[in-house]
Design a protein around this ligand. Structure first.
Ligand SMILES: [Zn+2]
Length: 374
């Protein structure tokens, strides 16, 4: 159990090591960068290091503190993430229903099992002031024991304005040994006053090779699957994991409906589809959707090249087979390239509806090339 668990991010690890060993850790840090690049994982490893009974930057992994940290149940660790909202106001953890508490604990267990798991509750509304208000209290309470209290605020951009203002007070008057670590993939959505009070640490997208190797080491998927997931993940190990193990969490029916709308050639129907896809107004959801569309084309390509055993969406083998038979001239590798290009665009400031219209046109051209032949 060591820093090797954090995939890649050598620069970040070196910076953190330097801060720890020189005793110059700030009171508040902001880890920012794309989803699934190890921001939470690094924060949790740092909490472990700061509280290991053996001391030093590399936690021993076997002392009682390291073991509690491994389970994410440690008096010196507090996890804050978006919770379910009750009616109109902020709900403290102790006001959650039994069912919601169970869901919350299941999320924490999943995170303990895999630090790249993105903690999320089904009906999460945001980070509540009650979650943030407790922080100061907690720090004061623990200050007399060994170690350092670490509060990880995951998805910090999802703090509502009350929570953000409460946090600002904590940031303005740092308390003793409290270390606040905020993580976000959307730094620009945070209050500038919060950003300016944190030491920033940027997490870069991971290398395809790093993701590929980690998938092979940590899961039992095949080399082909690992290759495909790594290639399509855009540098996010979290996304690669979802693709490899959970089919991208996107309903493949939705992908199928989108492709049908493209080939049907009815602009109104296609527009309706695009609006459904963009309904969540969340760029990450759109990226995941596009990644799954890309896996679909990869699968058709596999069928076209007589490698049907490499199909990723194996539960959709039949429609994929049909699609391959129906569109024998489909240029699937070009479709994958097009999608990769548009996934890059999503991250930039483009108009998403227009972007999806252009992408749909280009995909149609890939699927039915004869239409555009001279
Ligand atoms: Zn230890």
């Amino acid at each position: 159990m060591s820093w090797d668990q954090i995939i890649g991010q050598q620069r970040v690890k070196q910076l953190l090591r330097g801060m720890c060993e020189s005793g110059r850790l700030p009171h508040a840090m902001l880890f920012h960068g794309p989803e699934g690049t190890g921001k939470d994982a690094a924060a949790l490893m740092l909490a472990r290091a700061l509280n290991c009974r053996e001391g030093g930057f590399d936690p021993c992994g076997s002392c009682s503190s390291c073991q509690s940290m491994q389970r994410l149940r440690h008096p010196r660790l507090k996890l804050v993430f978006p919770l379910v909202s009750k009616a109109d106001e902020d709900t403290a953890v102790d006001k959650l229903s039994d069912e919601e508490l169970e869901e919350m604990n299941a999320q924490i267990d999943a995170k303990a099992e895999n630090p790249y798991h993105h903690m999320r509750m089904a009906k999460a509304a945001g980070i509540k002031i009650s979650s943030v208000r407790d922080i100061r209290h907690e720090a004061a309470f623990r200050a007399s024991t060994d170690g350092r209290t670490v509060v990880l605020i995951s998805d910090a951009d999802r703090m509502n304005s009350n929570a953000a203002n409460a946090l600002l007070k904590t940031l303005e008057e740092p308390t003793g040994d409290l270390l606040l670590i905020l993580t976000t993939a959307r730094k620009d959505s945070l209050l500038p006053t919060i950003i300016s009070r944190c030491q920033l640490l940027r997490f870069e997208p991971l290398q395809e090779r790093e993701i590929h190797d980690a998938l092979l080491r940590r899961t039992d998927i095949s080399k082909e699957e690992a290759g495909a997931a790594a290639q399509l993940s855009g540098g996010s190990y979290g996304l690669a994991l979802q693709l490899a193990l959970e089919g991208g969490l996107i309903k493949r029916e939705e992908v199928l409906a989108y492709l049908r709308a493209i080939v049907a050639g009815n602009p109104n129907k296609l527009m309706e589809r695009i609006q459904t896809i963009l309904a969540e107004e969340d760029k990450q959801t759109l990226v995941r959707f596009l990644v799954v569309v890309a896996t679909w084309f990869r699968d058709v390509l596999a069928v076209q090249s007589d490698a049907a055993d490499r199909v990723l969406n194996s539960d959709f083998r039949e429609p994929i087979q049909k699609f391959a038979e129906h569109y024998p001239d489909a240029d699937c590798s070009r479709a994958v390239d097009e999608i990769a290009y548009f996934i890059d665009l999503v991250q930039k400031n483009v108009h998403l509806v227009n972007m999806m219209i252009v992408l749909s046109k280009r995909l149609r051209r890939c699927i039915i090339p004869s239409e555009h032949a001279f």
